[in-house]
Design a protein around this ligand. Structure first.
Ligand SMILES: [Zn+2]
Length: 183
């Protein structure tokens, strides 16, 4: 099962719960959502899928999250996709997200068949608030500052694998697939 914490958070925002509104404000400011909130969301998903492996995307980002996560499940590998800020900004610049099914398109690399319309569900495509350049730059800095301790933790345990994420998607995909299949 693939769990994207970003998608979990956005689903909560869309459901318009009290928690969702709180998360929405934080995402707009480019801030990280409190650990206990993310843990709570992951835990409820993992509970529904008691068997098999879980691939977590975008989590853990802090040492506190890493420690909380280890109380829910045992971490085998942590894959770090390393990409410089300039490359991140270029990639985010064309990103479009479907307002219906959340499918992601790119103006240049994977454009929709009809401009501004999702191929899958025909809903409108939007630039996500946290894909705007000023927000991306802020998120990048927050990410760098807050993930250091978590990365150091997994490095000491010999579980951290660094991957050069600036290469083309196919090359990166093959490298990640080989690591996961080798576990
Ligand atoms: Zn769609």
């Amino acid at each position: 099962m693939h769990l994207s914490t970003g998608d979990l958070l956005r689903a909560e925002v869309k459901a318009n719960t009290a928690l969702g509104n709180q998360i929405s404000g934080l995402l707009k400011d480019g801030k990280l959502v409190p650990d206990h909130v993310v843990i709570q969301l992951i835990q409820s998903c993992v509970k529904d899928q008691p068997s098999g492996a879980v691939l977590l995307d975008g989590f853990p980002r802090t040492l506190a999250q890493a420690e909380s996560l280890e109380r829910i499940l045992s971490v085998r590998r942590v894959l770090l996709l390393e990409v410089g800020l300039q490359v991140v900004l270029e990639r985010m610049a064309g990103r479009l997200t479907c307002s219906g099914c959340r499918r992601v398109f790119h103006r240049v690399q994977s454009p929709p068949k009809r401009e501004g319309i999702c191929d899958t569900c025909s809903q409108t495509l939007l630039v996500r608030e946290d894909d705007r350049p000023e927000t991306v730059q802020k998120r990048y800095q927050v990410y760098m500052d807050q993930t250091l301790d978590a990365l150091d933790h997994y490095n000491k345990l010999g579980k951290l694998v660094k991957i050069d994420g600036s290469r083309d998607p196919e090359t990166v995909f093959i490298e990640i697939r080989d690591i996961i299949e080798g576990l």
